[in-house]
Design a protein around this ligand. Sequence first.
Ligand code: AMP
Length: 222
Amino acid sequence: MNIVIMGPPGVGKGTQSHVIEATKGVVHISTGDILRMAIRSGSELGLKVHEVMNAGDLVSDDLIMEVIRERLSQDDLENGWLLDGFPRTAGQASAFITMLDGIGQSIDTVLVVRAPADEIIRRLNGRITCRACNEVMNLVGFGSSRPKFCPFCGSAEDAKRGKPALYQRADDTEETIRHRLEVFRKKTLPAAWLLEERYPLFEIDGLGIPEEVAGRIAEVLK
Ligand code: AMP
């Protein structure tokens, strides 16, 4: 099963991807995670994308297509893949359709998760991420104290870098979030409508607790 999950930043794509990965046995591929890992490792790719990412802008289509081509050529994908954060522009979507046609693959389901902008800003303002396991969580859930340990993997510190495991992403500030939402509306929605011309696409209401959203997605993936 090959799935694409799209939606504005903070709508819960990462959280829902983990559920889909666990229930469907597909491999979760997040281009954002791949790029953040590249930045952390100090690789050539990381150096190229660092500034663009922190500003909430999109990395060039050519670079991302290279990342995707490389990742999809690995041999751990026999049960299918779940792409999260790709494609993000009409250019990426049409290049991807051509690439899939070329290798005889298809997309079984495109999920577009939606939520209003003010809800997204509220969620992302308090979002923290774990450097060790990449899980995301919201400060709202921790009351007035800031957690010292990641509740998912238990790390207090990122062993490789000696930095606290939990941090706020540089692109999760209010100004950058508003910019990323604009980028989503202008550049990524057209990519979704291009995919819709070729593959089954479902819009999912992203409001409510994660379990409710997971239920709506499960209905569609049945
Ligand atoms: P995400 O973790 O999906 O929110 O992605 C974080 C950032 O990584 C984005 O704001 C972009 O700067 C970059 N990025 C991730 N995926 C893509 C993509 N498909 N095309 C361009 N830039 C991307």
